[in-house]
Ligand binder design. Structure first.
Ligand code: EPS
Length: 383
């Protein structure tokens, strides 16, 4: 990231999650309610665990914003962990730890490799940071990126398309059909959503977990974000990397994605026509990206999430202290968090697209940014 950069800090049961975001121009008005609404959307979803009943995630702005407007400084956002009050004895920065160590590694989690790599005897030293609770900080930072995009007329939205093998009907979740919705699983197909909920109930009863697929769409991004000239400037690679960085994501597609394997070139691309003096496409198989650059069509990114590795009917594993065979540890967790991941996916796409905009047009203040984009768009009118 060169226009915008951000880091997060914080453990799942520490005092808070924090994000520091640098590069947001001065003069951007923020709607804190909208940012908090995304934090609430990340918490909801049928199949979430007991933790979500404890937390009411809210973004606290600690720097970079005065009276609702950014001032160009790094923005620090903190999301409090209410559960911290129950974990002080196990998570304090100093003193002696209370309670037992976690020594039974969960297959599929960072537990075993993290403990080996970081030379830790208590897997809690790994799992606290690898937990998807960290994504609350990303959604808060992504909320600011979304505010920037909104000010430029760009929208980011998502839908869950599959949970545990139950697929939503394409008429509801095609890139053209997706629009903001507040359904429980972020799935706009009500019939599929009911079947997904039944599938989640059955998984819970069986002590099991479920993964799924979600799609993020970015509408009205300017033409020419990203670049073909270098591997790390290609916007599709940046989007795919950002999506893969979300906990439990195991695959990402842009546009037609893996379906490209099934079709010949004659059906794979988006033919270009000239209409009213402008180039126009009637299809969007490319998912809005050609040569690593936005081409003016909607950006379409799809990702698959594996089932959460914390199982109430645990898998075979080993104890890192005794080195003996044991069943994996049981931590309170979710049965299914695909709808939460879809909100995190929106945040990550928003951060990447905002970064590409600021890289191309400048980062000091909103007035200069809007003027630069207007000049560029006027030039493209007459390319
Ligand atoms: C999460 C908070 C966690 C889990 C979940 C995501 O809360 P706790 O560990 O206190 O129950 O519900 O974490 C995981 C799925 C994971 O694998 O670590 C959250 O805020 O999203």
């Amino acid at each position: 990231m060169s226009g915008l950069r951000f880091v997060t800090a914080g453990e799942s049961h520490g005092p808070c999650l924090t994000a520091i975001l640098e590069g947001i121009p001065a003069g951007l008005r923020l709607d804190k309610e909208r940012i908090d609404h995304d934090l609430a959307r990340r918490q909801q979803g049928y199949g979430r665990g007991g933790r979500m009943k404890i937390e009411t995630d809210k973004a606290q702005f600690l720097s970079g914003v005065r009276f609702g407007e950014t001032i160009g400084d790094p923005i620090t956002i903190c999301v409090e962990n209410r559960d911290w009050k129950n974990w002080g004895g196990r998570m304090a920065a100093f003193g002696e730890p209370e309670g037992d160590k976690v020594t039974a590694a969960r297959p599929g989690h960072a537990d075993l490799t993290g403990a080996m790599k970081y030379a830790r005897k208590d897997i809690r030293d790994i799992l606290e940071r690898s937990s998807a609770r960290e994504t609350a900080a990303r959604v808060a930072a992504g909320g600011v990126a979304k505010e920037l995009l909104r000010a430029l007329g760009i929208e980011v939205m998502s839908a869950v398309t599959n949970i545990g093998g139950i697929a939503a009907d394409e008429t509801f979740v095609s890139p053209e059909a997706i629009c903001p919705n507040d359904s429980e699983l972020n799935c706009p197909d009500p019939d599929a959503e009911e079947r997904m909920k039944a599938r989640i109930r059955a998984a819970k009863e069986a002590g099991d977990t479920l993964g799924g697929i979600f799609r993020v769409v970015v509408k009205h991004a300017p033409i020419g974000l990203g670049s073909h000239i270098q591997w790390d400037k290609r916007l599709d690679s940046r989007l795919a990397g950002a999506m893969m960085s979300i906990q439990a994501i195991k695959g990402v597609e842009i546009g037609a994605g893996f379906h490209y394997a099934d079709i010949p070139g004659s059906e794979a691309h988006d033919e270009i026509y000239m209409e009213d003096g402008r180039p126009l496409r009637h299809t969007n198989r490319a998912g809005g990206l050609e040569g690593g650059m936005t081409n003016g069509s909607d950006i379409v990114v799809t990702a698959v999430m594996k089932p959460i590795p914390t199982l109430m009917k645990p898998l075979h594993s080993i104890d890192i202290e005794t080195k003996e065979a044991v069943l994996a540890s049981k931590e309170r967790s979710d049965v299914c968090a695909v709808s939460a991941a879809s909100v995190v996916g929106e945040a990550m796409c928003a951060l990447v697209v905002a970064d590409a905009i600021l890289e191309k047009f400048g980062t000091d203040n909103m007035k200069d940014l809007i003027a630069a984009i207007d000049v560029y768009k006027a030039r493209l009118e007459d390319f």
